[in-house]
Design a binder for this molecule. Sequence first.
Ligand code: NDP
Length: 241
Amino acid sequence: MNLPAPEPRSVLITGGNRGTGRAIAEEFIARGDAVAVTSRSGSDGPEGALTVAADITDPASLDAAFAEVEKAHGPVEVLVANAGITDDQLLLRMSDESFEKVVDTNLTGSFRTVRRAIKGMMRKKKGRIVLISSVVGLYGSPGQVNYAASKSGLVGIARSVTRELGSRGITANVVAPGYIDTDMTAQLPEDLQQQYRSAIPAGRFADPSEVARVVAFLASDDAAYVSGAVIPVDGGLGMGH
Ligand code: NDP
């Protein structure tokens, strides 16, 4: 007997024009969902996705992006808060501006995105939220006080959302990748990349698709009872955190 195909879900990924976000979008597209991505330019999303413009440091632009997605695909049922930046500097030299910029994008930006997304999820009594953190949020990293602070804060968001909205069919989880082959790591000096690789039990960086498949699992029916979890996807780098 052929079962009817499940209804495509409205999936939104922030920063889906390149890197990990793009791979996550491609994974959901392959699984048959109605996928939208944000990019700051409003273009360059993967084929098969609706691309909308949003800067996650600007609540009005986020609101407009959600409105566009809701019009095309219905309320967002799966949100992947992926957009993020680094601005590395040793602590003594880290400026307030650098700290605030990274926290405003990675932490406050995710907060703004989740806050906007839950409106529709609460109405539908259904929703999946996946926050892309980093091994660095739990493990620490020299030169990344701003980034680590922003990424560990996502655990507090996911766990509080779980307690606040867990009874309404909404799950919120954190994925903590190690090093991924994207523009973000390509900008690191080659000797530093080698140093990082040698510290990773797997001996290599992740392909973005390896993170994408874990995100898709957390958004699937199989993960309905997983919430407030921090799932490392780091080749063993952060074991024990
Ligand atoms: P990339 O640098 O390749 O891509 C970053 C994405 O975030 C881009 O789409 C970018 O958009 C978007 N973005 C940045 N700032 C904003 C903003 N203010 N508003 C909207 N979008 C914004 O990064 P990765 O794919 O490597 O990283 C994706 C996520 O994974 C990030 O949260 C990162 O911290 C995390 N991560 C990455 C790791 C790695 O090794 N690469 C390891 C662990 C976690 P635009 O194209 O407009 O700049």
